[in-house]
Ligand binder design. Structure first.
Ligand code: NAP
Length: 285
């Protein structure tokens, strides 16, 4: 049982965790904090949090568990704001989509990664943002990756694992760098491609006609380009190396496809699409 959970950033990710833990009956009190009192008031009206405080330092006082779910670019400032108010035995964790940058932020603010800090990342989300978009089932049967570092205390990892399992998630552990490489390929690259496709079509002079006739394929492929631009700017900047490597790899494959089309090589094109279809069907199945 969590006695007091403090959520820093009560948006889609933080709000959904609050709802899930409340639905599971695993938390006594939830305190919310972020920059904007109106957002927090809405979260309170929706019953997602019990009370709020726009002062992060006051909000984390007395919490046994603190969950930071703000954009990556705000992590360091949040750590700085809560640093002197965190109880000695409180466990701190986060939801940032890139782990090396968050670990680096923690190291910069605390001097070393605190033993009670457990870096984490729920592999769940939607293209929507804010507390209104949050829902209790978001983490049901979804994976959460924890990336404890050498300094992380096993007891803190166990606490965070139990929290996520109570929210319905399946928890795995992975080294920080491996997480960032895997997520660059499976999440950050697809988002970068979706944003680029929409941006590229929007720049064409006859874009109105293009969007008018765009059908299901376009809608399916580009849904994630409706995601929050601030969040995605921060992810791209925080995971530059692995994301650039994934983009370079993809660019090579796209060039190969262009060559097959240019050569009118139907046989190899069919092979290319059949291999992709088999992989996609296996994944979807
Ligand atoms: P969101 O819905 O936009 O929520 C972000 C929250 O952070 C808002 O409540 C915002 O409230 C607060 N915030 C922003 N800047 C802040 C600052 N400087 N200080 C304090 N609070 C601040 O975003 P989200 O989708 O929940 O994402 C949150 C984190 O989870 C990000 O790090 C993201 O990388 C990660 N994540 C997202 C997904 C996804 O699919 N969305 C999946 C996994 C992980 P105010 O405006 O009131 O400050």
């Amino acid at each position: 049982m969590i006695h007091r959970l403090c959520i820093v950033g009560v948006g889609l990710i933080g709000g959904s965790l609050a709802r899930a833990l409340r639905a599971a009956g695993r938390v006594e009190e939830i305190v919310g904090t972020s920059r904007n009192g109106a957002h927090l008031q809405r979260a309170e009206e929706l019953g997602v949090i019990d009370r709020y405080d726009t002062d992060i330092a006051s909000a984390v006082q007395g919490a046994d568990l603190v969950f930071v779910s703000v954009p990556l670019g705000a992590m360091r400032a949040v750590f700085q704001a809560l640093k002197d108010s965190l109880a000695d035995d409180a466990v701190l964790t986060d939801a940032g989509s890139v782990k090396a940058s968050v670990v680096e932020d923690a190291r910069a603010v605390f001097g070393a990664v605190p033993g009670n800090f457990v870096p984490g990342h729920p592999i769940a989300g939607t293209e929507k943002s804010g507390v209104e978009a949050s829902f209790a089932e978001l983490y049901q049967d979804r994976r959460v990756i924890l990336t404890p570092v050498e300094e992380t205390r096993p007891q803190a990892v166990a606490t965070v694992r139990a929290m996520w399992e109570a929210a319905g998630a399946r928890v795995t552990e992975m080294p920080v760098d491996h997480h960032d490489e895997v997520l660059a390929a499976t999440s950050h690259l697809p988002h970068a491609l979706a944003f680029t496709l929409v941006e590229s079509l929007a720049r064409l002079s006859d874009q109105r006609e293009i969007f008018e006739y765009a059908a299901g394929g376009f809608r399916d492929f580009t849904r994630i380009a409706s995601s929050d631009p601030v969040m995605w700017r921060d992810i791209c900047l925080a995971n530059r190396g692995p994301l650039l490597a994934a983009i370079a790899h993809f660019t090579g494959d796209l060039a190969e496809l262009a060559e097959l089309i240019n050569d009118a090589d139907g046989e190899r094109l069919l092979e290319f699409f059949e291999t992709a279809k088999r992989a996609r069907d296996a994944f979807a199945g």
